[in-house]
Design a protein around this ligand. Sequence first.
Ligand SMILES: Nc1ncnc2c1ncn2[C@@H]1O[C@H](COP(=O)(O)OP(=O)(O)OP(=O)(O)O)[C@@H](O)[C@H]1O
Ligand SMILES: [Mg+2]
Length: 583
Amino acid sequence: MSKHRSIQSHIQLLARYLAPEWRAALVLGVVLLLSIGLQLVNPQIVRGFIDAAQAQAEPSHLLLAAGTFLAAGMGVQAMRLVSTYLSTDLGFRTTNALRSDLARHLLGLDMSFHKERTPGELIERIDGDVTALSNFFTQFVVRLLGNGILIIGIVALLIREDWRVGLIMGALAALGLTGLIRYGGAAVADSAAEREAYADMYGFIEERLAGLDDIRSNGSALYTLRRYYEALRNVYWAATTAWDKRMIVIRIAAVMWGVGQTLALALGIIYFQRGILTIGAVYMVIHYTYMLLEPLEQIARQLQDLQKAAAGVERISDLMALEPQIKGHGLRTLGEGALPIAFDNVSFAYEDDEPVLDRVSFRLEAGSKLGLLGRTGSGKTTLTRLLFRLYDPTAGAIRLGDTVLHDLEPDYVRRKVGMVTQEVQLFRASVRDNLTFFDATITDDDILRVIDVVGLTEWFRRLPEGLDTELAPNGGDLSAGQAQLLAFARVFLTDPSIVVLDEPSSRLDPATERLLEKAMNRLLEGRTGIIIAHRLTTVQRVDDIMIIDDGHVAEFGRRQDLVSDPHSHFSELLATGMQEAFA
Ligand SMILES: Nc1ncnc2c1ncn2[C@@H]1O[C@H](COP(=O)(O)OP(=O)(O)OP(=O)(O)O)[C@@H](O)[C@H]1O
Ligand SMILES: [Mg+2]
């Protein structure tokens, strides 16, 4: 990214997230500037106090000076308190807005994007990269500006006292600032590398945690640990390198300050001995020089943060620039009720040169049920993913009713098509949230009705807290059959026009099977259905049969016709008890 574009994206990001908070930002700016102004006053008071004391002034005069000093000091601290509170608050609000925008954006990206990244990496990118922006959002501009003013103010006051002292200190401050600006960007690249190393490490951790059972059972714990140490080592080197580069600006500020202090002390002693400055004025010169450190260091720290922020901004802008390939053309016009489905020469490949579906064509009447059969890896699940618009076909078209799927908004398609996958994903959340997917507009009455429809009432009665009962992560306290039934209930609640069932191949006990069958019947009522069937009983219920072999349609027809034709694939499958289909 060019420097110019980078600065532009900084400003855009700032403007976009600060604009809604402009009042808070304004108050914060005023408070910060006031506290900087107050800091300039204090040494003047002390100087007056010291000189007055030397001149044997009235005690009341001294008391007044001391009182003013205290009040100004307290004022500075109070404003610090207020500004810290305000900027933390503002920082949280602006970055949270950015976090949720980023999360929403990422969730909208294609499956192919998510396939290449682990959730852990994305979490770290959303949270870690954005956290680095907090200070940049709230303080950067004001602090840079304020401290610039403070430096100019100090130098001006020093010049007023003695132009030589003022010029020397001014030159020093200018030298320091030049160094800061020169090295202000030294750590951006390394900071980006640091953030990336962190994202990699969290991605690794998340993936291994998700696969903990497999890792244990395969005895690959030691290997995994070794890989973890490697990721950790990368983080260590990336972090120390970046830190070291970021420290350059701090070191410059520290050296400038040391030189400045020495000079101020030496000049003070000489001028006092020659009677050019009073002891109070010497104190003030030294104190102002001391105060020069503060803004220099603050600017250095801001630059340090800016470099972290810049790394974050670049990575965030990169993510935001990604566009989902799967987009609609605004259409949301399918109407209610069952819909016919047509596949028209549909081909698809996950990777360029490996076709998974090859010119698949078929037509399903509204309300009819299709049984989809085929060996493992033949492309059954893939076909349903296309229908759900998780991916788009590489060639050909899918039609729902008269509408080409490609023109429909993806989120609309996903409301009209209900999908129960082979593996039901349950969340560590209440039964209610698991069923409604956190959609608060669905009433408890609806949920209870659906629980009854799918035949989970028995199970539901035993729950200690009803709909508020928390499920264990991944549905750990449910049987496979119960999880399936919950997935049915979910689909019921969205009332889709088309239902896709990827039947689990795992064996279930006869009682649960009967429950599932009943629920399946209810779910398919009045809807067009595609069922990837593994059970004979399921197959016996459908109207049409399609057998896929290696991405081709090997056979398609009405079930009755295929059954009565002894030479059909389907008849052969039935003769072998369907074992061959899944061999
Ligand atoms: N996300 C993916 N990325 C790349 N290739 C994939 C992906 N999912 C599936 N495939 C490949 O596509 C082919 C078809 O897979 P698909 O999951 O559609 O088969 P299936 O018929 O559903 O099999 P099963 O009966 O085992 O569920 C397989 O060769 C598989 O390796
Ligand atoms: Mg499958």
